[in-house]
Write a new protein. Structure first.
Length: 95
């Protein structure tokens, strides 16, 4: 009986992990590739200064990209602790 329960919990763990990871991976890859695409095909755009300051659009968007990745990491840690960790503990308890 425990083997069947463990297999079912493991299946739920795999499904939850994919549900958490796929949107976060897509957001990460899309943002990075968009940034690199602009650098490759329109580098002058990142050289434009913002509101007569010494900060360019490239520096500003690069900083936002770093913040976005930090936020994605925080979201993953929160969701993993909330959804994945209880399932892992159940599997360990049944083993």
């Amino acid at each position: 009986m425990q083997k069947k329960d463990t297999k079912e919990i493991y299946k739920q763990l795999k499904e939850q992990r994919i549900k958490i990871l796929m949107p976060l991976i897509l957001l990460t890859v899309t943002s990075y590739f968009s940034f690199i695409w602009v650098i490759a095909f329109n580098p002058g755009f990142f050289g434009i200064l913002i509101f007569n300051t010494k900060i360019s659009i490239g520096i500003f968007l690069g900083f936002l990209l770093i913040l976005l990745i930090f936020l994605i990491t925080l979201i993953y840690v929160y969701l993993a602790n909330k959804r994945l960790e209880p399932l892992i503990k159940q599997i360990q308890k049944n083993a």
